[in-house]
Design a protein around this ligand. Structure first.
Ligand code: MN
Length: 282
């Protein structure tokens, strides 16, 4: 029988429409083994519809301890189709999509990181914050060409221009990364409403202050609001407590998952019955 290591996770998520925007066009799914943020765009509520449509394809991956990379690619294809089918009279609907799925590679656990647009995936380990995803943005292209540095990018007039997206007239090609899952990893997935208010140093300090993932997600959103809250802000924090190799452990993978905070895909007008599974903006 093949060895399959068990991964113990806990997670939390928080979202807020911010202080300037009328709608929250961000959406997220945080339910093992999939953790994704989508930041909709297009105006006239098209963005709100697009971000939620993009995540619908990922709801089918919730439940098993791990999924395959093919599963994630299929979910992404369904996201592209779902957003493409949204017709709006006055604008083109589109959304970013970024996140991590716990995937199996020959029995070993890996994070499959996906990104399209300028939402971000970070990994925090031993008090060190590392940005995993690379923005598809006009300013990132300028940074890549050496024309501006990271500090100038934060103030650049084109800092909100995204060069790839799901929908929105983009060819819709995401980037993928595979990272081995390590005990002590803390994955951070967020919309640009966080990273346009807080730099990496401030994000790292907030993560260090909050041992519980749900509290860390709330703190980060709160600090983004304190820094101006100019955009919708969404944060998912996922902690890896352990990776256990057990040949003969009868435990079903998934039973070890700590479900003290289990936010799910946030849908406008979804049923009250979702109860503690839902995170509401405060
Ligand atoms: Mn945004």
């Amino acid at each position: 029988m093949a060895t399959e290591s068990l991964v113990e996770l806990s997670w939390g998520a928080w979202t807020d429409k911010g202080l300037r925007r009328r709608l929250n066009e961000d959406a997220f799914i945080a339910d093992a083994p999939v953790f994704f943020v989508a930041d909709g765009m297009g105006g006239h509520e098209a963005g709100e519809i697009a971000s939620r449509a993009a995540l619908q394809g990922f709801t089918g991956l919730v439940g098993p301890a791990r999924v395959s990379t093919d599963d994630v690619e299929r979910a992404f294809a369904s996201a592209v189709a779902a957003v493409g089918s949204i017709e709006t009279e006055r604008s083109t609907a589109g959304t970013t999509l970024a996140g991590a799925a716990l995937c199996d590679q020959d029995g070993a656990p890996y994070w499959l990181i996906l990104n399209i647009g300028d939402s971000r995936v970070y990994r925090w380990h031993d008090d060190s914050l590392e940005q995993v995803s690379i923005d598809h943005s006009a300013v990132q292209a300028l940074v890549d060409r050496g024309e501006i540095d990271a500090a100038e990018a934060e103030r650049h007039p084109q800092r909100n221009v995204v060069t790839r997206a799901v929908g929105g007239g983009s060819a819709g090609v995401p980037d993928y990364w595979l990272l081995p899952v390590r005990a002590g990893d803390r994955m951070l997935i967020c919309s640009d409403g966080l990273t346009k208010e807080l730099d990496d140093g401030a994000i790292g300090r907030a993560l260090a202050m909050e041992p519980a993932p749900g509290a860390a997600a709330q703190r980060l959103v709160h600090e983004a609001l304190l820094h101006g809250g100019r955009d919708n802000v969404t944060v998912i924090v996922v902690d890896v407590h352990g990776v256990i190799d057990e040949d003969d452990d009868p435990t079903v993978p998934g039973e070890d998952i700590d479900e003290d905070t289990v936010p799910r895909l946030e849908m406008p007008g979804s049923a009250e019955g979702a109860g503690d599974a839902r995170i509401r903006p405060w």
